[in-house]
Design a protein around this ligand. Sequence first.
Ligand code: PLP
Ligand code: ZN
Length: 392
Amino acid sequence: MSKSAGFMRALKCRECGREYPLEATHVCEFDFGPLEVAYNYDKIKKSMTKAVLAKRAPTMWRFRELLPVANEPTVGTHVGYTPLLKADRLAKWLGVREAWVKNDAVNYPTLSFKDRVVSVALSRSKELGFKTVACASTGNLANSVAANAASAGMDAIVFIPADLEEGKILNSLIYGVRVVGIRGHYDEVNRLCAEIAGKYGWAFVNVNMRPYYAEGSKSMAYEIAEQMGWRWPDWMIYPTGGGTGIVGMWKACAELEQLGWMSSSQKRPRMVSVQAEGCAPIVKAFKSGAQRAEPWTNAHTVADGLRVPRAVGDFLVLRAVRESGGTALTVSDADMIHAMREMGASEGISAAPEGGATLCALRELLANGTIQPDESVVLFNTGGALKYLELV
Ligand SMILES: *Cc1c(COP(=O)(O)O)cnc(C)c1O
Ligand SMILES: [Zn+2]
């Protein structure tokens, strides 16, 4: 490991708080709890002020002290700072005072939220001396690993289910990546990848590099806070698969208070987790009051990002949603596809089904009185329609 860890302090278990060195490792040896990156916030306070921030380039790396790299980032240096669009027509039509869309459909380079987490994971992988990076994915994650690795001259291997559609495979192959088809369920593919990561010494972005990878999602909340003039919306509605988005953004809220950039008298946003009817482990656990989610059997939805039957950080998602005073709900595939068209026609936004799902959720939460007409809401369009044209 390099001599200085930058602004990072250690990896820390989310269950028992034990600390570990800042290496490529992701679970606690005592209780198998997931590890997260802990920072030295006093040091960050000295280095990053709002005046310093104002001079930095508009990418997610303007918040680099709060991201887990020891040195300057080397992979995905253009990622992030996507537009936060004020969706006035949508707001008027739905009957809510303020609606915003955080539009990661135009994230560079692969047009989804995944570029944030992958560029962080690969920058850190490079620092730790890895030459080969890998992931298991059905779509956006594989695209992002392939493109970002190519741009950094790293070797990449992506593992996909053997029966994946041709279009989705081509979107990764275009970047010259090695693609390995696996016959088996998503869970089996993941277990295989965990074994391979140990055996060959590869950096698997969402396995042994997961603590670093997950931190990339915090950048969405930092950007929104800045883009809204250092205030929070009343609600954030996020399409939940593996849970990195909600967990990361909830952590970001606490960090901005710790740095004194948001006062603790400012109410944090209420977090809404949206899942697909055909794969809703978090929603089911939320409704039943459970602390952890049961793995979902026979997961099916057109929204690839939401097809995660067993989320590693399930209890963290549930905790964030509950602590924030938020809620969780499901949306049908037919409704999210319809909402892709509504997002396009009302605001000129190209939305993935995951983004469409957040619009459906807002409509339902207004109808049942959970969200009030005088409140403000941010919807997360985590990807665009381009990769899903067959649906519309
Ligand atoms: C991966 C993904 C998600 C969900 O990811 P989380 O891990 O829950 O943050 C949502 N939308 C899209 C388009 C994705 O690719
Ligand atoms: Zn532990």
